[in-house]
Design a protein around this ligand. Structure first.
Ligand code: NI
Length: 227
């Protein structure tokens, strides 16, 4: 299940992010990868402890928390504070799966990674290579979206970033523990929710069938969600 969501961040906000990132301190990306992943990870990561990182995280989580399509697709229970990556020429991230459990740094301590999200902060024509390549049940997908767009994918799927040969690729990364752990159940809920919203626009919220389907959606969430 791959879901791409356009314009999660406005171009203005992307511009502000990039200005902050341009002046920020970058560290070797291997620091935060698991054992297998660190052996294939060649990129840079924003210093998580730095002041710019704290500001950018909040600036990113606020619009995301209000984005209806993202909320419907991810049904987030917890979201790890975002990290920021930079790939310059020669950088890449070989095939890996994301760690299943990650420390949150907060009182809840741990998060199970159900979904990973990449938010692109560079336009596709600003770099060569650097495609996010994800193995799915329907084959390999190569993803290169516009600045401000997001792709959501199961954290358990194998993925990689092909070598950047020219230019710079900036992105933000998020890991999400969903209220609905199972990818198929979550996708069914997403499809149902999207159809209910489309029907509501056509028939209105008073429509009997819209109300019945909304009830089915709510009861399925009640059945499947863990909070
Ligand atoms: Ni990854």
């Amino acid at each position: 299940m791959l879901i791409s969501i356009d314009s999660v961040l406005s171009k203005d906000l992307v511009g502000q992010f990039r200005e902050t990132l341009r002046q920020a301190r970058w560290l070797n990306g291997k620091r935060t990868a698991g054992t297998q992943a660190s052996s294939v990870k060649v990129n840079q990561q924003l210093d998580d402890q730095s002041k710019p990182a704290a500001g950018l995280r909040q600036q990113l989580l606020t619009p995301l928390g209000q984005h209806q399509l993202f909320l419907s697709a991810a049904l987030p229970h917890k979201i790890l504070p975002p990290t920021f990556s930079r790939y310059c020429a020669g950088h890449r991230y070989g095939a890996h799966r994301d760690n299943p459990i990650m420390p949150t740094g907060g009182a809840d301590r741990m998060l199970r990674t159900d979904l990973s999200a990449t938010i692109f902060l560079s336009e596709p024509d600003e770099y060569d290579g650097g495609a996010l390549t994800i193995e799915t049940t329907y084959g390999t997908r190569e993803i290169k979206l516009g600045a401000g767009d997001l792709i959501l994918y199961p954290s358990g799927s194998q993925h990689r970033v092909t070598p950047v040969t020219h230019g710079t690729r900036l992105c933000a990364l998020l890991w999400i523990q969903s209220m609905v752990r199972d990818n198929h159940q979550r996708l069914l809920l997403f499809d149902l929710d999207q159809s209910i919203q489309a029907l509501t626009r056509k028939q209105g919220g008073e429509d009997t069938e819209v109300q019945r389907l909304t009830g089915v959606y709510h009861n399925l969430v009640r059945l499947w969600a863990e909070v």
